[in-house]
Each structure stands twice: as structure tokens, then as C-alpha cells.
Design a protein around this ligand. Structure first.
Ligand code: HEM
Length: 449
């Protein structure tokens, strides 16, 4: 059985139909030809956008000339009230400065220090699941909880049960329900003069989340000054000086970054883990291989992460089939000529991990689940040229290395203790708003191993 794939729409639809489809799901709103095309153009009366699949053009935009293709401002509309001036939204010098301060906290050496917190979160997730054996479990809920726990433990040394952490988690969910993040404005941009409204509720929820995070950050600043701060990611980021200016983040700037770590770090990892667990139920032979690898572990320290090779290949293959961030949008800051087409200044460039990862002219067996592919020539070539679940280039996901430890670890720990099974008639249907989720959740049944 092929893993679930949304049905593509027909080739010709009106703008009105496209907008309607897009609101339901950005994946099924796209035509099937995008799985074969190198580049596709969308023209409307207001704007032009181009989807780019050709590997060397993807490289031009993300790696070779990223300054000429800044992040499109349109995509951030829904996020401003919550994220302020976070690294996810900024461009140019402000963004460069923020990355200089943040990046050292996520380097390999530091990741080693976060392992203990990730490990504790994986054990807590397994303990929570123990009570649900035999029942139908909505697994996205479980992975969302686990990923939020990882973020709070690694960033602020507090578990998700902590009063503030738990409130931030619940309020974030409300915010996302009210304000779908990858909103239609990115693809069907409204004219710039068109006013943007956020409901009072959206603003209030954003303000409440920010107040909670400000409390945590200010308390941490006091601990740093008193010399009593724990050695976690928050302390590392807040004490890192920009090598060019010598400045550290102010509390306000740190609040913006914490908000994005929480949002980018928890939604995405949760989505990837939930899809991985579903695929394990669909392919029990792979499930057994992951469990056997976990059983063979004798020490549970950072070195364990590098020994979970099968788990990593399985997780990597899930990120190919269900990239949590299905599309990214950039803007051409000057006129370009791509594949002999004139791309005007201001045009939106859509990079679609979803389509690139299933491109029929690049991948062997593009829609199949095959974790062994990463050892093949085709898999290795495609991993270099056509695999961008974390984006690529200087703007690559800050948490890529972090997520590639967290995901396989939690997966292995869950499968070490439980078997997961599909529930007849309840296979998931992928849909995408900000992240790739299932329309009606991902339902699995767990049994003890
Ligand atoms: C499986 C898990 C994850 C996936 C698939 C993922 C994917 C991505 C992608 C595709 C982007 C680029 C978006 C764009 O440029 O439009 C991104 C950016 C980002 N991610 Fe992740 N991410 C994951 C986990 C994390 C984690 C765990 C953290 C932090 C703890 C994190 C923090 C960030 C930040 C701060 C950015 C903005 C970087 C910038 O614009 O300079 N992500 N992520």
C-alpha cells in the first residue's frame, strides 16, 4: 500500500475556485503537473508567482544568492502579533545579527548538552502513553505534547507540566486555530494597501502568550545576573554576544525568539513524529527493525543518538513524504530570468518540499515508503539536490540538527515499549495549512511489546 497522498486538482480552475480549494488545503489545491514540472507560473490580475522544482534554481534561491530572495513579507501576516521581530520573519542585517547570536546554541557540541532533557521528555511521553494502551489514540495530540515538552525542557529546564509551560502550550493551540499561519495571503497576495485585520481574540491570545514568555525570560535574566541560571538553551542564547557588535539580546528580542522556537520547534517535530508512527503502523516490518535497534542500545547517552541509524533513516523518509513545512515563499528583489522566463521584481517564488520530494523525474519510487533508499545512488543524489525538509543555505532551519536527534530518539523509545497498529477505516488524509497534518487526526492503537 502506498502512503496516503492528497488528490491533486484538475489542471484548469478559476481564481475563485483556487482560493476556495486553498482555504481547505494547500496540497490538494495544486495541479498534478507540479510533480513533473521544473517550474510553473501562476498568473492572476494582481500578482505572479512561480513554483520552482529545478534543483539548480532551488539552489540559486536558497544557497547561492539568498540575499536577492528575501523571505516574502506576505507569509508573515498571520504571525506578527505573536512573533514580533523574530528570526523567522526578519530579513537583511537584523536577521543576520539574530542568527549570529542564536546559531551557537544549536551547534553540535551544545546539542550534546541538550540530550539529557530530550531523553527525559521521551521517557515522560512513554509514561503518559502507558495509560492509553488498548485504546484508539489520536497520536498527533501525543506527539504535540511530547514536542512541546522537549522545547520547554531544553530551553528553560522546565517540563510541560510546569504551570507557565502548560498555559503557553494551550494558548498556542488556540492561536493556531484562530489564525492559520501559512495563510492564503502568501499565494494569493492581497494588494499591499489592503488592510489586515486580526480579531480581538487573536490579539489577546498573542498578548497573553507573550506575557507568559516575558515572565520566564525576565526571571531567567535575573538568574543569569545572580549566577544561578541553569545551563540550558535560554541561558546560552541570552549570554551570547554578537561577535560583531558585542551586544546580547534585550529581553524583548529574546521573547520574540522564544515564541518562534516554541512555534517552529514544536508544530513541525510533532507533525513529523505523528506521520512516522503512522507509517510504522502501515509497515510493521520497519516497526520491528526500529524496535530491535532500540533494544540493542546498552547506554543511553548522546552516543545513542548516532547509533539509532534505522530510526534516523525512517524519520528522514517520513520527512521526505510528509515534510512538515510543505512550502516556503521568497520574493524576487530584482528582475530575474529563470528557464528563459522573465520573473519580475516582486514576484513570489514558491519552493515546495512537498512537490520536490515526490518529483517524478528525480526520485525512484517517489510516492513509496522506502527508508533503504538513503543508501542507494539515487537516494544519495536526491538527498543532496532535491531534499529540503529543513530548507537549505544560510536560512536553513536553526533546529535541524536538534530535530534529527529528537525525532529518532522519541520514535525509538515509543517503539521500544509499544507496538502501533492502524485502526480500520481511520487512515489519515494529509492536508496542509502551516504544517502537514491529517484532516481528522492520526488514529492508532497501541499494545505493549
Ligand atoms: C522536524 C522538525 C522541523 C522541521 C521539518 C523544520 C523545518 C523548518 C523549515 C523548512 C524552515 C524554513 C522556513 C522558511 O525559510 O520559510 C525552518 C525555520 C526555522 N526553524 Fe525549523 N523545523 C523543525 C524543527 C525545528 C526546531 C526543533 C527548532 C528550534 C528549537 C526550529 C527552529 C526554527 C527557526 C528559528 C527557524 C527560522 C530560521 C530563519 O529564518 O533564519 N525548527 N524550520
Amino acid at each position: 500500500m502506498i502512503p496516503p497522498k492528497p488528490e491533486a486538482r484538475g489542471d484548469k480552475v478559476s481564481l475563485r475556485q483556487y482560493m476556495r480549494l486553498f482555504r481547505q488545503d494547500i496540497l490538494s489545491a495544486q495541479p498534478a503537473r507540479l510533480y513533473r514540472a521544473w517550474m510553473a507560473e501562476f498568473r492572476t490580475p494582481f500578482f505572479r508567482s512561480y513554483l520552482i522544482n529545478q534543483p539548480d534554481l532551488v539552489q540559486t534561491v536558497l544557497k547561492d544568492r539568498p540575499d536577492d530572495f528575501p523571505k516574502s513579507g506576505r507569509i508573515s501576516e498571520g504571525l506578527r502579533p505573536l512573533l514580533g521581530n523574530s528570526v523567522f520573519l526578519t530579513n537583511g542585517e537584523v536577521w543576520k545579527r539574530q542568527r549570529r547570536i542564536i546559531d551557537p546554541a544549536f551547534e553540535g557540541g551544545r546539542l550534546r548538552d541538550t540530550f539529557g532533557a530530550m531523553w527525559a521528555a521521551s521517557q515522560a511521553a512513554v509514561a503518559r502513553l502507558d495509560g492509553q494502551v488498548g485504546q484508539a489514540v489520536e497520536i498527533e495530540e501525543v506527539t504535540s505534547h511530547a514536542a512541546a515538552d522537549v522545547i520547554f525542557r531544553t530551553l528553560f529546564s522546565i517540563p510541560i507540566e510546569h504551570e507557565v509551560a502548560a498555559r503557553v502550550f494551550t494558548r498556542f493551540r488556540e492561536y493556531q486555530r484562530e489564525q492559520p499561519i501559512l495563510n492564503i495571503a502568501a499565494f494569493i497576495p492581497l494588494p499591499r494597501w489592503f488592510p489586515r485585520f486580526f480579531s480581538r481574540r487573536t490579539r489577546e491570545t498573542a498578548a497573553e502568550i507573550r506575557a507568559l514568555i516575558t515572565g520566564l525570560t525576565a526571571a531567567r535574566m535575573d538568574e543569569i545576573k545572580a549566577g544561578t541560571a541553569p545551563d540550558d538553551l535560554a541561558t546560552k542564547i541570552m549570554t551570547t554576544r554578537d561577535p560583531q557588535t558585542g551586544e546580547t539580546f534585550s529581553i524583548n528580542e529574546m521573547v520574540d525568539q522564544v515564541a518562534i522556537f516554541f512555534l517552529a520547534g514544536h508544530e513541525t517535530s510533532a507533525s513529523a513524529l505523528a506521520w512516522t508512527l503512522y507509517l510504522m503502523a502501515l509497515y510493521p516490518d520497519w516497526q520491528e527493525k526500529v524496535a530491535a535497534e532500540a533494544q540493542a542500545l546498552d547506554v543511553y547517552d548522546f552516543s545513542a543518538a548516532s547509533r539509532l541509524k534505522i530510526s534516523r533513516d525512517v524519520f528522514r523518509e517520513t520527512l521526505r513524504l510528509y515534510p512538515p513545512v510543505p512550502m516556503m515563499v521568497r520574493e524576487a528583489s530584482c528582475p530575474e530570468s529563470f528557464r528563459d522566463r522573465q520573473v519580475p521584481k516582486g514576484a513570489q517564488l514558491v519552493l515546495s518540499p512537498w512537490h520536490l520530494h515526490r518529483h517524478e523525474r528525480l526520485w525512484e519510487n517517489p510516492d513509496g515508503f522506502d527508508p533503504d533508499r538513503w543508501q542507494t545512488e539515487n537516494g544519495k543524489t536526491c538527498q543532496r539536490n532535491a531534499y529540503i525538509p529543513f530548507s537549505a543555505g544560510p536560512r536553513v532551519c536553526t533546529g535541524a540538527g536538534f530535530a534529527m536527534i529528537e525525532g529518532p530518539l522519541i520514535l525509538s523509545m515509543i517503539l521500544l515499549r509499544f507496538r502501533v497498529e492502524r485502526i480500520a477505516g481511520r487512515d489519515p488524509v494529509p492536508v496542509a495549512h502551516l504544517t502537514v497534518r491529517s484532516r481528522d487526526g492520526i488514529w492508532l492503537r497501541l499494545t505493549h511489546r
